[in-house]
Design a protein around this ligand. Structure first.
Ligand code: NAD
Ligand code: LMR
Length: 338
């Protein structure tokens, strides 16, 4: 429902540019794939985020409906919808943060790598748009296989001359949320009091929970470690099987994506001590990308923390993870480099 031009301008002045006017910071956020299983609840959650002043919802289908729906929420962000490739550039222009949950999800029996064929091209196109229209934006990449799509995005940005490794973040927050939940169940405590670092990547054995570094400090029996590691590594498959062909995690993922995006926005605002796990360019291992704890700031992932002390079980897991990761990263990079 288009506003008369003067009203649109007033809305913009009142809400979208409050940073320039010295008011509370408000950031411009785009969600690409906003009409999907993750995209819809994520749009709702970002519309509720007080740090968001403008919310752009882009998809190749159904954005008018999602935008009309979400725009009736009486929260601060101005919502605009964009439909189809022709509107991608308008959706991206001026954005501070771009969240990408576009692409196909798994069905039972599939690996995340089985999604590469379709999702690689989708991620390439969207990242070409970002390089052109908002090259300084922070990018939160959700589309699977994350272990490859981050390398695809990086190569697209390198080709365009816009690559900033601090600003490209693969979203692994759901692995941490699952790890916190399952560990809390075993310990019989509130999951909000638990923090489990999860490093490596985002698929099967590349998901490496560091149970020796759980805070607050605690210990597990070997049986508990085996159970927890397996459950955390296969949390995505647990949901895919339970949904029985109707897709993969959407609600818990939207929650995790909103939590991670909020952390990125608080970092952009200049808050101190914002630490999250993310799959980023790193020198923590010999691999070009690796998930670990990062400190988020005005420039994105400003500091990448080393793995810290790992025990023998975790060291063996790390070797397995690296073996698979190196191939997934290579596959992503080659998709662009040829
Ligand atoms: P979905 O099919 O419900 O939604 C995907 C949306 O992307 C659809 O609305 C579709 O129209 C849109 N889309 C397709 N091509 C597009 C394009 N070129 N431009 C813009 N939008 C496009 O899927 P979903 O359940 O929302 O999952 C999306 C992706 O997120 C999948 O690849 C899934 O594997 C991944 N995922 C990642 C994590 C993670 O932890 N990183 C967790 C869950 C799901
Ligand atoms: C998840 O971990 O839930 C996602 O990566 C989706 C999937 O395919 O498992």
């Amino acid at each position: 429902h288009p506003l008369p031009p003067q009203m649109e301008e007033n809305l913009g002045l009142r809400r979208s540019d409050c940073r320039a006017k010295g008011g509370a910071p408000g950031f411009k956020v785009a969600i690409l794939g906003a009409a999907g299983g993750i995209g819809q609840p994520l749009s709702l959650l970002m519309k509720m985020n007080p740090l968001v002043s403008v919310l752009h919802l882009y998809d190749v289908v159904n954005t008018p409906g999602v935008t009309a729906d979400v725009s009736h929420m009486d929260t601060g962000a101005v919502v605009r919808g964009f439909l189809g490739q022709k509107q991608l550039e308008d959706a991206l222009t001026g954005m501070d943060l771009v969240i990408i949950p576009a692409g196909v999800p798994r069905k039972p029996g599939m690996t995340r790598d089985d999604l590469f064929k379709i999702n690689a091209g989708i991620v390439r196109t969207l990242c070409e748009g970002i390089a052109k229209c908002c090259p300084s934006a922070i990018v939160n990449l959700i589309s699977n296989p994350v272990n490859s799509t981050v390398a695809i995005a990086a190569e697209v940005f390198k080709k365009a001359g816009t690559y900033d490794p601090k600003k490209l973040l693969g979203v692994t927050t759901l692995d941490v949320a699952r790890a916190n939940t399952f560990v809390a169940e075993v310990l019989g405590v509130d999951p909000r009091t638990v923090n489990v670092p999860v490093v490596g990547g985002h698929a099967g054995v590349t998901i490496l929970p560091l149970l020796s570094q759980v805070t607050p400090p605690c210990s597990f029996t070997p049986e508990e470690i085996a159970y927890l590691t397996d459950r955390i590594q296969n949390g995505g498959t647990e949901v895919v099987e339970a949904k029985a062909g109707a897709g993969s995690a959407t609600l818990s993922m939207a929650y995790a994506a909103a939590k991670f995006a909020d952390a990125c926005l608080r970092g952009l605002r200049g808050d101190a001590g914002i630490i999250e796990c993310s799959f980023v360019a790193s020198q923590v291992t010999e691999l070009p990308y690796f998930a670990c704890k990062v400190r988020l700031g005005r420039a994105g992932a400003e500091e990448i923390f080393p793995l810290g002390p790992v025990n023998e079980f975790e060291r063996a897991g790390l070797e397995k993870a690296k073996k698979e990761l190196v191939e997934s990263i290579q596959k992503g990079a080659s998709f662009i480099k040829g």
